[in-house]
Design a protein around this ligand. Structure first.
Ligand code: PMT
Length: 221
């Protein structure tokens, strides 16, 4: 691994998956464990960075030296990311954020009534945090990195997403019910806004994390 090339830098990392509540007992969620985001936090701290880790619904040990901010929903994640990004040199969005949330939160548990057809769930859009922090940047020169979880046409979808979001780098990884989510290992291509492509072979999530920090450290100069 590299030396303390992130010393004096503040990096913000989001990890885990948001949960969008329907009622006090149910939510819409996803399969993220937070392992990739925590690997980013551990490796950044090892390279000397001050680390803020915004953790959505994870149950992993706090990385040594990181300031951990627990959140639940996408709206809470947005608040925490915007606050921490104000003085950050880099922001890496590894969290799996729900694009939609239930339009209505029922204060009491939704009951199943006999002979009743199930009620459809109406959804509304969540804020797109990555797009919001990409333009305009909280600080000039701040490096913004997104992740893209794709199941098909991985690279083509990744390129389009990078343009749409406006970040500097997008880490494209393939996901499935048992692929990447919750695993110890990952495999990805890091796309740069300048057209660069950095393939990262199958290996520990720390190895992908270190490649991300190599690119960020180089960009920060
Ligand atoms: O946590 P693990 O089990 O280790 O799994 C790792 C991972 C698969 C969760 C991770 O590697 C990953 O791919 N994270 C991004 C998942 C995701 O939400 O991808 P997306 O393609 O839906 O979103 C693209 C990017 O926009 C992401 O950086 C996401 O954080 C961000 N986003 C998405 C929606 C939204 N409303 N706001 C956002 O900021």
């Amino acid at each position: 691994a590299a030396g303390p090339d992130l010393a004096g830098r503040h990096v913000v990392i989001s990890a885990g998956g948001t949960r969008e509540p329907l009622d006090p007992v149910r939510f819409l969620g996803n399969r993220s464990s937070g392992k990739q985001g925590y690997a980013l936090a551990r490796t950044a701290a090892a390279r000397g960075a001050r680390v803020t880790l915004i953790a959505a619904n994870t149950s992993l040990p706090d990385p040594a030296g990181a300031d951990v901010v627990p959140v639940g929903t996408a709206v809470e994640l947005r608040e925490a990311v915007l606050r921490a990004a104000a003085d950050a040199d880099a922001v890496v969005m590894a969290a799996a954020v729900a694009d939609f949330r239930p339009a209505v939160y029922a204060a009491g548990k939704i009951k199943k009534k006999d002979d009743q057809e199930p009620e459809p769930i109406t959804l509304v859009r969540n804020p797109d945090i990555l797009a919001e922090i990409s333009a305009p940047r909280a600080r000039p020169g701040q490096v913004v990195v997104g992740f893209a979880a794709e199941t098909d046409d991985v690279l083509a979808n990744g390129r389009a997403k990078l343009k749409r979001k406006g970040c500097d780098f997008l880490v494209v990884n393939e996901v499935g019910e048992r692929k990447t989510f919750g695993a110890e290992e990952n495999e990805a291509v890091v796309l740069g806004a300048d057209g660069s492509e950095t393939p990262v072979p199958h290996g520990p999530k720390e190895a992908l994390a270190d490649t991300v920090w190599d690119l960020v450290a180089e960009r920060l100069g």
